[in-house]
Design a protein around this ligand. Structure first.
Ligand code: NAD
Ligand code: UD1
Length: 344
């Protein structure tokens, strides 16, 4: 009899996907990665193999290509769940090229859901984002906080995706779905064998800090110190990427363990703590002993002033919680940057 134990991870060579593949393999699952390598490198597979001792299967394909994806599904009878990471994620680019984002992110999702139904795969985990909450009036945000108008096409794809998933599960009671709303994922695997590989100049804070610290960038710009926060800089909930990866394993197991239960769930995946930009930079300086140059500049258009998670629902319902200290997380990001530099 066929042992059905395989998880299809779309976008599995990407930043969060690769860390999740490690945790899935550590938990005993087989993994099939489908990635079109538009924002990742196949070398990531070697890093995963070095960490887990097992090479995940990789098929280079585009989730937006229904013919190709159908062909893949038809030859993969062991898949029991799908974790759908594959998406474009650059907020600024999405403002310039909205149709690219709607096509890639939404077409890929619709294809994956259609094929889940066609091939009787009942378990679906989706990468959503705290961006769906916009600037919340009440902090920390719970899962029932209002969804607000998206500030970018990228953010809108996450809101629409959640709606598509909701409608599809309502119409197909055999399909279970869990949407994980990530806060700000940072850091790298402690082995420094996998991590984030930003394309060009980083948009996100932590890669910019580590690249400045190592000398690839002159100076970090801190976008605003006149917000209505204790030190004037923006506040976020920075979640360790390995902790985040583990939440996906818990979500998959929850669906597999509750075969006869209908399921459509949304969880905040954060630490429950907010940290300001200046605080984060200072923690980095204290833990690594390296002081990246920084200057205060004007606000970045579209930035949210402050947001952090109420993660109680995920803590209590999933039995998951963020465990890594921010110091260790920043050290892992720094170790990864140093590992990248030593390869050059
Ligand atoms: P990433 O770019 O590192 O990974 C995404 C992967 O998907 C890449 O390897 C890319 O090559 C692949 N991909 C993109 N479009 C594809 C397609 N059509 N077919 C096949 N593969 C495709 O990004 P990440 O940070 O790992 O993000 C993963 C998911 O989490 C995304 O859906 C993203 O929107 C979501 N998310 C990320 C963050 C964050 O801060 N990184 C926050 C919230 C949500
Ligand atoms: C951004 C996106 C979000 C996306 C996430 C991951 C916006 C409005 N939001 O989140 O939708 O899910 O990236 O890709 O773009 N900062 C600096 N200097 C820098 C970089 C950042 O001061 O060089 C500040 C920002 O102003 C912000 C904080 O650091 O206050 C975190 O920024 P960033 O890492 O880009 O994440 P978000 O803006 O929270």
């Amino acid at each position: 009899m066929l042992m059905k134990n395989k998880i299809l991870v779309t976008g599995g060579t990407g930043y969060i996907g690769s860390h999740t593949v490690v945790e899935l393999q550590n938990a005993g699952f087989d993994v099939l990665i489908v990635d079109n390598l538009s924002n990742s490198s196949p070398d990531v597979i070697n890093g995963i193999e070095k960490i887990t001792g097992k090479k995940p299967e990789l098929i280079v394909a585009d989730c937006a290509d229904i013919t190709k994806m159908d062909e893949i599904f038809s030859t993969q009878p062991a898949i029991v769940a799908i974790i759908h990471f594959a998406a474009s994620k650059a907020v600024g680019e999405s403002v310039e090229k909205p149709l690219l984002y709607y096509r890639n992110n939404l077409l890929s999702l619709v294809n994956m859901l259609e094929l889940s139904l066609k091939y009787g795969i009942h378990n679906f985990v989706f990468s959503s984002s705290c961006t769906v909450y916009g600037q919340p009036e009440i902090l920390p945000v719970t899962e029932s906080s209002p969804i607000q108008e998206a500030t970018s096409p990228y953010g809108n794809t996450k809101q629409i995706a959640e709606e598509i998933i909701r409608d599809t599960v309502r119409a197909n009671s055999s399909l279970k779905a869990i949407c994980l709303r990530y806060f700000n994922p940072i850091g790298a695997h402690p082995s420094a064998l996998i991590g984030e590989l930003p394309n060009g100049v980083p948009n996100n804070l932590v890669p910019f800090i580590t690249q400045t610290a190592i000398g690839l960038r002159e100076c970090l710009s801190i976008f605003g110190n006149d917000y209505n926060t204790p030190d004037g800089s923006c506040i976020r909930d920075y979640i360790n990427v390995v902790d985040l990866a583990k939440a996906h394993v818990v979500a998959v197991k929850r669906m597999l363990d509750n075969k006869n239960k209908q399921m459509l769930e949304f969880f905040n995946i954060g630490t429950g703590k907010g940290l300001s930009v200046l605080e984060l930079v200072h923690v980095f300086e204290e833990t690594t002993g390296v002081k990246p140059r920084y200057k205060i500049v004007g606000r970045r258009a579209g930035d949210i002033e402050q947001i952090w998670a109420n993660a109680s629902y995920a803590n209590n319902e999933l039995g998951w919680r963020a465990e890594e200290a921010i110091t260790d997380t920043l050290l892992s990001a720094w170790k990864w940057e140093q590992a990248l530099a030593s390869k050059k």
